[in-house]
Design a protein around this ligand. Structure first.
Ligand SMILES: Nc1ncnc2c1ncn2[C@@H]1O[C@H](COP(=O)(O)OP(=O)(O)OP(=O)(O)O)[C@@H](O)[C@H]1O
Length: 245
């Protein structure tokens, strides 16, 4: 599913300034795009707008045939074909891996649910873990369950908000390599937000650099990081924004 963001502006009702300012972006079907920016640059806000959890103040976001603008009605992301993975995994602690993964498959038949559970467990390399509870899993395994749960309903678009920030450095490298392979196998369009340049470089087909709610640069990882130019200047958030955190 392609994503087309046109002239997007967003201001929180209680804020004085725009958090997202004249943002334009097209993401092709099947692509992996990373939004890279420092704390306070507007990454999570942008992701919430794409998910339809906030509506634009101005401009619009097309996710496939679905257009969101200032007067759109709220629709649950999963009903728009959008899956989300957060940094804290957001697994239900009282549910097994199987129950967590099948949670979003309410309308599926028993047989379809069983087949899909096996498919996604295989995809994330967790066959045989279906009866475990989240507290019986390592951080990396919990992250893979969160991914399996997001993939289970066959979303057309997957959104990731700092998905690796709770993992240690070695596991982070391993999981992001696995994740890139899984996403390319499924062909799902994906958007990551992160402040981590290595995540952005290792995962993305395309990188968008966000600063104070505006795009300062876009390109492939080679185009963004392949120069001698220090990108910290392009990432730096103005102190006045940081002072609000
Ligand atoms: N509910 C809110 N009301 C008013 N301002 C908000 C609200 N949520 C976030 N902001 C402000 O919007 C700006 C962007 O916040 P956002 O969470 O999108 O940034 P971020 O890049 O995801 O940061 P981080 O990496 O720290 O999560 C910040 O200045 C923040 O203070």
């Amino acid at each position: 599913m392609f994503v087309h963001i046109r002239d997007l502006h967003y201001k929180y009702p209680n804020a004085e300034e725009l958090t997202i300012d004249q943002f334009n972006l097209t993401i092709n079907k099947g692509g992996i795009t990373t939004i890279l920016g420092e704390s306070g640059s507007g990454k999570s806000t942008l992701l919430r707008l794409i998910a339809g959890l906030e509506m634009p103040t101005k401009g619009n976001i097309m996710v496939g045939d679905d257009c969101m603008c200032s007067h759109s009605k709220f629709v649950q992301p999963e009903n728009r074909g959008i899956g989300m993975v957060f940094q804290d995994y957001a697994l239900f602690p009282h549910m097994t891996v199987k129950e967590n993964i099948q949670f979003g498959l309410l309308k599926w038949s028993r047989k379809e649910k069983k087949t899909r559970l096996q498919e996604v467990l295989e995809l994330v390399n967790l066959e045989g873990y279906d009866k475990r509870y989240p507290y019986e899993l390592s951080g990396g395994q919990q992250q893979r369950v969160a991914l399996a749960r997001a993939l289970a309903p066959k979303p057309k678009l997957l959104l990731f908000d700092e998905p690796f920030s709770n993992l240690d450095a070695d596991l982070q490298i391993k999981i992001r390599e696995e994740l890139r392979k899984i996403l390319k196998t499924t062909g799902v369009t994906s958007i990551f937000v992160t402040h981590d340049q290595e995540d952005a470089q290792a995962l993305a087909d395309n990188i968008v650099i966000l600063r104070d709610g505006k795009i300062t640069d876009t390109g492939t990882p080679d185009e963004i990081f392949g120069t001698d130019c220090d990108i910290s200047e392009r990432l730096a958030v103005k102190p006045r924004v940081l002072s609000k955190l």
